[in-house]
Design a protein around this ligand. Structure first.
Ligand code: AMP
Length: 283
């Protein structure tokens, strides 16, 4: 596996690859890799000649300094996993590569209503940070296709909008959420959970599933209340939001009749650890 810490070194290598007409699939991550990340790499390997995985804990997308500081960083371990998977390139940039000093400030893209709901509402500035880093990485890596998880449902919608605006000819692909056997969505933050928090965390997805099973018997408002109540029954879990939205626009729904397909997204605190998850309610 090739490992690059500097954009210029990657670019020199890439020009050789592109001269051979090989296609590049890209999986951006913040590391502490788990089977969710690895599924994106597997999808990329299937569809491209070369797969590039980036690992960079991007400071500008953290609205909480404590969350940034305690975010797990285990590069040696990650590198070994990527080697095992026969990923072709690891791009692990130094911070000065992504945020050079004296860089001109750019206007951030206006996401409109999409930027003001759910993660946009509860994590001010988060999506500006995401768009900043994804654009920088897209320009540095120059992939044909880029792979993102449906676990971060709203992030995928934001990246799609940004990608359309950038018009770089990259195909953005969404991949299914990988879960533990008990339903908990894999997340790098799961390793920060205490054993009590970990034991209760599966209730997040289980509550979404139970709510979905009873969907016909409830209006949207009641559905959200029922899901929130089921999660809050657990002493280590505290719901931040439960939202039901149109799966495409992500605008909140107040009746089932207003959308052809609906998704329910949640954010839950387990102590200091913030977990998100979602379920497609109908298509
Ligand atoms: P992160 O390292 O958390 O920024 O995530 C990097 C990429 O992996 C994003 O596109 C995430 O949506 C995706 N991802 C994270 N967790 C999962 C999961 N459990 N299943 C599938 N994709 C995931």
């Amino acid at each position: 596996m090739e490992v690059f810490h500097k954009i210029a070194n990657y670019t020199a290598w890439r020009s050789k690859v592109q001269n051979k007409g090989l296609t590049i699939g890209f999986v951006p991550t913040m590391g502490a890799l788990h089977a969710g990340h690895l599924s994106l790499i597997a999808a990329s390997k299937k569809e491209n000649d070369i797969t590039v995985c980036s690992i960079y804990v991007n400071p500008t997308q953290f609205n909480d300094k404590g969350d940034f500081e305690k975010y797990p960083r285990i590069l040696t371990n990650d590198r070994a996993l990527l080697e095992e998977l026969q990923c072709d390139v690891l791009f692990a940039p130094e911070s000065t590569e992504m945020y050079p000093e004296n860089e001109a400030k750019k206007e951030s893209l206006d996401l409109g209503a999409l930027g003001e709901v759910m993660e946009g509402q509860f994590r001010p500035g988060h999506f500006n940070g995401v768009m900043t880093i994804v654009e920088k990485l897209f320009r540095a890596i120059h992939p044909n296709k880029a792979y993102f998880g449906l676990k971060d449902y709203q992030q995928l919608a934001v990246v799609r909008i940004m990608n359309d605006q950038l018009d770089m000819g990259i195909e953005v692909i969404g991949c299914p959420t990988v879960r533990e056997d008990d339903g908990l969505a894999l997340s790098s933050r799961n390793m920060l959970l205490s054993s009590e928090q970990r034991a209760e965390a599966p209730a997040i997805f289980q509550s979404l599933q139970k709510g979905k099973e009873q969907l016909d018997q409830m209006g949207v408002k009641e559905f959200k209340e029922v899901v929130a109540r089921k999660i809050d029954e657990f002493s280590n879990l505290k719901v931040e939001y439960v939202e039901v939205s149109d799966s495409y626009s992500l605008q909140p729904l107040d009746t089932w009749a207003n959308a052809e397909s609906a998704v329910c997204c949640v954010a839950v605190h387990a102590g200091d650890v913030r977990l998100i998850d979602n379920i497609i309610l109908y298509n």
